[in-house]
Design a protein around this ligand. Structure first.
Ligand code: IMP
Ligand code: MG
Length: 176
């Protein structure tokens, strides 16, 4: 796609594919004999979720939540509003939150607390991208894809004002 908002490519389609494969293998090992529930955070995680699920060699269930943080468009305020809640009951389930990217970590921190209150058997997080040095919380993420510089990025599910989500790679976003 030729678009002047697309900057330097940070992770290519092949690099992403390989990493998703590795994450899927690790989850497959760790959850042997179990049937984890993957909880995707819309909208950003839907592409990663679809790829990840097909790299996990277990019969996983899937559900989605949609959240939005109040405040500025490109920065998380930490106050999260649930726009769409889960359909399934988490009691006794092995839950894996699937996130596109962790920036401040505030969205994740809220989600973790919210989902823990529903008494899952276990709760872990799988995030495709983690921005270096920006997390304001101490929550640990068990499955991490790539660490990336703290700039605004687009592609592989990540949007800028709803645009450019469909790029098969991760790129810097150029303000025009
Ligand atoms: P956090 O609460 O600051 O960790 O923000 C997490 C959410 O903000 C992610 O799930 C993304 O939807 C969005 N986000 C954070 N950084 C970026 C970015 O660089 N590009 C697009 N969306 C982003
Ligand atoms: Mg998001």
């Amino acid at each position: 796609m030729n678009d002047n908002r697309i900057g330097k490519i940070l992770k290519t389609e092949d690099e992403i594919k390989q990493k998703v494969h590795e994450l899927g293998e690790q989850i497959t090992k760790d959850y042997q004999g179990k049937s984890p529930l993957l909880v995707g955070v819309l909208k950003g995680a839907f592409i990663f979720m679809a790829d990840l699920m097909r790299q996990i060699d277990l019969d996983c269930d899937v559900d989605f939540m949609a959240v939005s943080s109040y405040g500025a468009a490109t920065q998380s305020s930490g106050v999260v509003r649930i726009l769409k809640d889960l359909d399934v009951d988490l009691t006794g389930r092995d839950v894996i939150i699937v996130e596109d990217i962790i920036d401040s970590g505030l969205t994740l921190s809220y989600l973790r607390k919210n989902l823990m209150a529903r008494k899952p058997a276990s709760l872990e997080v799988c995030a495709m991208f983690v921005k270096e040095g920006l997390q304001k919380t101490q929550d640990k993420v068990k499955y991490e894809g790539f660490y990336i510089p703290p700039d605004f990025v687009i592609g592989y599910g990540l949007d800028a004002a709803e645009g450019l989500r469909g790029l098969p790679y991760l790129a810097e976003y150029l303000k025009v």
